[in-house]
Design a protein around this ligand. Structure first.
Ligand code: NAD
Length: 471
């Protein structure tokens, strides 16, 4: 079985387990589970040395119950039809959990991006967009990509530029893709959104004293020992916010290997070391682990796999020592591993919920693009004036004068970034409690993943029921 096929089976098994606990009609459930559109294309590109190479690319649209569809674009050697369908389905459930009004999608090209120059990657990206647009698989009201493994703001800017060239005069064209650089129509706070969302979600669940007591750990983030696998967009920012919140980074893994230090690793220094040496290994004061996977088995409170799918398996799950596994990556735990972790009393925070911060802020970016105005632009000064007048009234009543610094701090109007982070925090906190309630209702008979899936299925089922069937 290919990695992609195994992953699709993993997502579908998780769906089936949850679906069996819902009252919905089996036909409706089958309709929700099925991928609606699957696009495959192959196209030639010219390498810098003049050779021609054929690319294989996909886009899966799992659900059209809400439009547009939304999901990242992955550049990796594992990309195949099944991997895209698995990731697209996860996007549907993820969007439903955080009330982001999109159907799920995912796209990808089967390449090892490091083997291509920036110019080659640009040609590949632009041709892929051309193929998607030609087949109606892209557009602000149809299907809106974002980054995933192997892509980032640079690729998103190329995508936006290609789309706008192909659709001259389309007023909402910039809403065709999200996580663009801010100067190309992006939104402040998107780059770090997934990692920040992971932090907000974990902080919220670690705040529930009763659940932490059951795990045998103290509530809160302060002093928690954390291990992160993958220092890309999601892993780096997750690690950053955990450190900012008072956690101790006791282990880090990257593709070249893993390091550990029970006293705590300095994230920024490790990143600088990696930039200089092209490796996190041999970081001063830290121990190199024999294999990069060994990081998953380190003594810690919170383990954050933030690299790729299928990292915690039946083989290593019995040796995981964390109390909480946080699925910052998509699908890092196989169903067999999930069962083992569950039996061992380890709390697994499912991907569909915990890494939803990225799509949440992508939604804000799309709304900004359709609104053609930066969030905060209209009200920031107005708020500052209103707070200033309020403070002057307080000064009048109390006779106390605020210092200029206090005045500045207290009258601060919300910037775009403030509003984005506030919306993200509200979303991650708000989405956790319905999942936890479902989990508690099942009285120990199920886990958070199944509970989250039930919540997602209920929402998608309601949409389909209300929409009816055409014709
Ligand atoms: P990325 O390419 O920026 O980072 C992935 C990192 O993992 C890279 O630094 C890579 O070198 C490292 N890595 C690869 N194999 C590894 C291994 N075996 N051990 C340790 N490290 C390894 O990708 P990303 O955007 O951070 O995505 C990571 C995961 O998060 C993926 O599963 C993705 O689907 C998921 N995700 C991403 C976003 C987002 O907004 N970027 C949102 C939700 C979910």
């Amino acid at each position: 079985m290919s990695v992609g096929a195994g992953f699709l089976d993993q997502v579908n098994r998780s769906f089936d387990r949850a679906a069996a606990l819902t009252p919905h009609d089996p036909t409706l459930l089958a309709n929700i589970k099925a991928c609606k559109n699957l696009f495959y294309t192959s196209f030639p590109i010219k390498r810098d040395d003049g050779r021609i190479e054929v690319m294989h690319a996909w886009r899966a649209e799992h659900s059209h119950h809400k439009l547009p569809c939304k999901g990242g674009i992955r550049y990796a050697e594992t990309v195949d039809a099944e991997e895209m369908q698995a990731l697209a389905a996860l996007m549907t459930y993820k969007c439903a959990l955080v009330d982001v009004p999109f159907g799920g999608a995912k796209g990808g090209i089967r390449i090892r991006p490091k083997a291509y120059s920036a110019d080659e990657l640009e040609r590949i990206t632009r041709r892929y967009v051309f193929e998607l647009v030609r087949k109606n698989f892209m557009g602000p009201g149809l299907d809106v990509p974002a980054p995933d493994v192997g892509t980032g703001p640079r690729e998103m800017a190329w995508i936006a530029d290609t789309y706008t060239q192909l659709r001259p005069g389309e007023l909402d064209a910039l809403g065709c893709v999200t996580a663009k650089p801010v100067s190309a129509g992006g939104i402040r706070g998107r780059l770090e959104a997934t990692g920040r969302g992971v932090f907000y979600g974990v902080r919220e669940l670690c705040g529930v004293g009763e659940d932490m007591k059951a795990l045998g750990v103290a509530p809160g983030i302060q002093g928690k020992r954390v291990v992160v696998q993958g220092l890309g967009n999601v892993g780096y920012f997750a690690a950053h916010f955990f450190v900012e919140g008072g956690a101790i980074l006791v282990g880090l893994a990257e593709s070249e290997g893993a390091i550990a230090d029970p006293k705590g690793l300095d994230l920024e220094k490790v990143m600088a070391h990696r930039r200089e040496r092209r490796s996190i290994l041999d970081f001063p004061g830290a121990t190199n682990l024999a294999r990069r996977e060994d990081a998953l088995e380190l003594e810690c409170d919170i383990l954050i796999p933030a690299a790729l799918e299928r990292q915690i398996t039946a083989e290593n799950a019995p040796r995981v020592k964390a109390k909480i596994v946080v699925e910052a990556a998509n699908g890092p735990t196989t169903p067999e591993a999930d069962e083992i972790l569950g039996r061992r009393g380890i709390m697994v925070i499912p991907d569909a919920y915990i890494n939803a911060g990225g799509v949440t802020v992508s939604y804000f970016e799309w709304v900004k693009n359709l609104g053609h105005v930066r969030f905060g632009r209209m009200q920031k000064r107005f708020e500052q004036g209103a707070y200033g007048r309020l403070l002057q009234a307080v000064e009048g009543v109390t006779g106390r004068r605020f210092t200029p610094q206090e005045m500045e701090q207290l009258t601060h109007g919300a910037s775009e970034e403030d509003l984005v982070n506030s919306g993200l925090e509200e979303t991650m906190i708000g989405a956790y409690h319905p999942i936890r309630e479902r989990w508690k209702q099942q009285q120990g008979k199920t886990d958070l993943r199944t509970a989250a899936m039930i919540v997602a299925i209920d929402k998608v089922a309601l949409s389909y029921e209300q929409l009816g069937i055409f014709p």
